[in-house]
Design a protein around this ligand. Sequence first.
Ligand SMILES: NC(=O)c1ccc[n+]([C@@H]2O[C@H](COP(=O)([O-])OP(=O)(O)OC[C@H]3O[C@@H](n4cnc5c(N)ncnc54)[C@H](O)[C@@H]3O)[C@@H](O)[C@H]2O)c1
Length: 315
Amino acid sequence: MTMLVTGGAGFLGTRLIQRLLAGTAQVQAATRVICVDQVASPLADARVVSHVGSIADPGFVATAVEPDVTAIWHLAAVLSGQSDAEPDLALTVNVGGTQALLEACRRLASPPRFVFASTIAVFGRPLPDVVPEDLALRPASTYGTTKAIAELLVLEATRRGVVDGLACRVPTVSVRPGQPNSAMSSFVSGIVREPLAGVDSVCPVPLDTRLWVASPATTTANLAHAGVVGPEALGPVRTLNLPGVTLTPADLLDSLERAAGPTTRALVRLAPDARISTVVGSWPGAFDVSRALALGFTIDRDADALVAQYLAERV
Ligand SMILES: NC(=O)c1ccc[n+]([C@@H]2O[C@H](COP(=O)([O-])OP(=O)(O)OC[C@H]3O[C@@H](n4cnc5c(N)ncnc54)[C@H](O)[C@@H]3O)[C@@H](O)[C@H]2O)c1
């Protein structure tokens, strides 16, 4: 089985490819995974084939989507901070890239499962306390707007039988290893990761800001699961809010202190940033995820579990 992951050299894409190659009781292992990204996959595995180029280039995408592809995970995107700074690029990549990918799927023998990594940033105010599955999309950022448009493209291609699509709204993933990135939510990992490395960190939003968060392991498992949930179980609704937990920066800092002590926590300074606070504050803090859980998707326990997972992986 040949599977394809766009953004496959990125943080979630790399983990997803590893999981697809390993397989699970529910997910049959891939025999070959095509990684489509601007850089080659960091994985040294003969089963991983890198196609290096931009998804905004329809000619490149047409070559990358090889005829035997049976499932696609579309993760390549311009993230929130960069989308805000470069809205034209965000439209070109997040919308144009999705369109090019769906167009290439028209040449496949049968419609592939097409998992789209969307975001909770497709929602915006006014927000109920707990967001239901069917809330209207009111994105309050360029990033959220481009993802909402791409969701509609996936739904239209599904309706027309080009793909068997599922747009998964991924929570903010934390604790993410490595360096800060261009996402406005980058601090959600930074306020744990940096102090644990003995480095100062800044929290740019009020400590009581509600965040909707999932760990890297749970997110990867849920994206893989999205590839195998049967069309009958999904029914006609092909958008899904992936499970997360509601946390505030204060909750994460309390967990950090429980794990590493008050001196480590003291490395985090509160320095409000109006732009980040406005955008992140426009994202929902809680969702009704009963549908996702009934479909077999999984959920993290709490902030302590997120910090513990990061510490366990770091060793
Ligand atoms: N990590 C999160 O907290 C989070 C939350 C919600 C949604 N998402 C979504 O999940 C997906 C993956 O996120 P991530 O955290 O792994 O980000 P990432 O930046 O680590 O990975 C994205 C990858 O896309 C690639 N890419 C960007 N533009 C490209 C282009 N024009 N052509 C080909 N490749 C291109 C990058 O090179 C990168 O490897 C994204 O679509 C993101 O919007 C992530």
